[in-house]
Design a protein around this ligand. Structure first.
Ligand code: APR
Length: 175
């Protein structure tokens, strides 16, 4: 779909739990003990092994990222990150950008080639997707400019509507 400084960037529509990438990113909550949305889907599809590891992590502050095994998922790892709650958290732009940046940094720490992001915070946490996609693109561009081992960075949207919002923003910025 797009390429920026030799990194392939793909927009996909569908279920992140099906992706065979090195790491899928989970839009978790601070407890890391599961929930609804993509968090629920990942724990349901990945199985107990993920939750067992999450329990040992003792939670995750908003904007930070933690990595676990992927259990029964086709991915090798799950990177759990916690986005801001739009109506509650101050500095929500900073927290959302950090969630993307820290997930990318963790992927680099583990020398991963490929990663897939859901649209962090734009579901239960209520972040307007038109605002969120620009922050995701900022984090993406800054990370690639600063250097990464990643070869493929995917963004997967659950609904066609969300996919189209991302596509318009990505076309404007990356084509
Ligand atoms: N694959 C890809 N994307 C998905 C999937 C899936 N299987 N399921 C949901 N999504 C999309 C939603 O449509 C939304 O666009 O993920 C995006 C993020 O929505 P949420 O999962 O609600 O995550 P978030 O808004 O960050 O809220 C996090 O919700 O599930 C709880 O435990 C989680 O408390 C935390 C909160």
């Amino acid at each position: 779909m797009y390429n920026y400084k030799n990194v392939d960037i793909n927009l996909l529509q569908g279920d992140i739990t099906k992706l065979e990438v090195d790491a899928i990113v989970n839009a978790a909550n601070n407890t890391l003990l599961g929930g609804g949305g993509v968090d629920g889907a990942i724990h349901r599809a990945g199985g107990r092994e993920i939750l067992e590891q999450c329990k040992k992590l003792g939670g995750c502050p908003t904007g930070e990222a933690r990595i676990t095994v992927a259990g029964d998922l086709p991915a090798r790892y799950v990177i759990h990150t916690v986005g801001p709650k739009y109506k509650i958290d101050k500095n929500k732009e900073v927290f959302l950008k950090s969630a993307y940046t820290n997930s990318l940094n963790l992927a680099d720490d583990y020398k991963l080639d490929s990663i897939a992001f859901p649209s962090i915070s734009t579901g239960v946490y209520g972040y307007p997707i038109m605002e969120a996609v620009d922050i995701a693109l900022q984090a993406l561009g800054e990370k690639i400019d600063s250097g990464t081992n990643l070869k493929k960075i995917n963004f997967i949207l659950f609904s066609e509507e969300d996919f189209n919002v991302y596509k318009e923003a990505f076309d404007k910025k990356l084509l």
